[in-house]
Design a protein around this ligand. Sequence first.
Ligand code: PSU
Ligand code: MN
Length: 317
Amino acid sequence: MPQNPSAPLSRETGRTALVLSGEVREALDERRPVVALESTIIAHGLPRPRNLQVARELEDLVRKAEAVPATVAVLDGRAHVGLRSDQLQRVAEDPGVRKLGHRDLAPALALGASGATTVSATAFLAARAGLGVFATGGLGGVHRGWTRTQDESADLRLLARTGITVVCAGVKSILDVPATLQRLETLGVGVLGYGTEHFPGFYLSSSGERVDWTVRTPEEVAAVMRVRERLGGPPTALVVANPVPEDEQLDPVVHDRVLAGALDACRKRGITGQAVTPFLLEFLMRDTGGASLEANLAAVRGNVRLAARIAVAAAAG
Ligand code: PSU
Ligand code: MN
């Protein structure tokens, strides 16, 4: 095992080695751009059968931008970075696919389980494989009612210790956004607004909070990545916060009304732990008549396209 926790794992050591797809391995060897994609959104964040279509569409978006997609998941106790078509289908369709955060990786690998990876597990595995850019929908963060539940997504602490650029539409709006931004600051995670002075609101173009730094091109993001690397120091993530276009966002009035109902239902039903986020996302989808799903998908597509452009700019630099 390498001494440096962020150094790429040797790709062929025993049962816990990462399995890189041929396409991903070749691209890394030739220093061509690769984009990591998370799989929890596929297995637990989107309804079937739309989720499989979306999983394939996201990979196609990366390819169209001349980068290689690397969807990350654990199958039968092996951690995959880059999936074959049948493996992607299994992640989308198999009801036995669990939700795996970073802390779940060791038990899942040791016990031969299968699971989709959250932001924390995906960022960890992608960085270990040597990937620099990762796209998702919205990060996890500090939940509303944290003082009661202490529910803060493991995404935040893992990103504080992992050198990877994460393109997202901010953090999920079901969360306490100001508290999450404060945690990101405390943890030393860099945040760039992409083409905006406001932190995006996942389903909404703006959360109403401001960002300290705004970038406007993939080249500017790549320049920040290079300087961070030259500066050295402990690895931390760089969050590129990319808003959903205003004409594709969820109506903010509908958002606030439905979210209040969702949070209420979550509390009343006593839902806790890993089930909270999927419950809230599904509630919103149902009670907005599918409108939140369309906004979520528009955000994810935009993030995947931008991540590919950033990976291309970073590989060219
Ligand atoms: N983005 C989406 N949909 C999702 C997620 C992100 O558009 O379902 C997932 C990510 O995998 C993220 C997880 O890491 O939700 C957060 O879950 P939790 O709050 O339990 O940490
Ligand atoms: Mn949680």
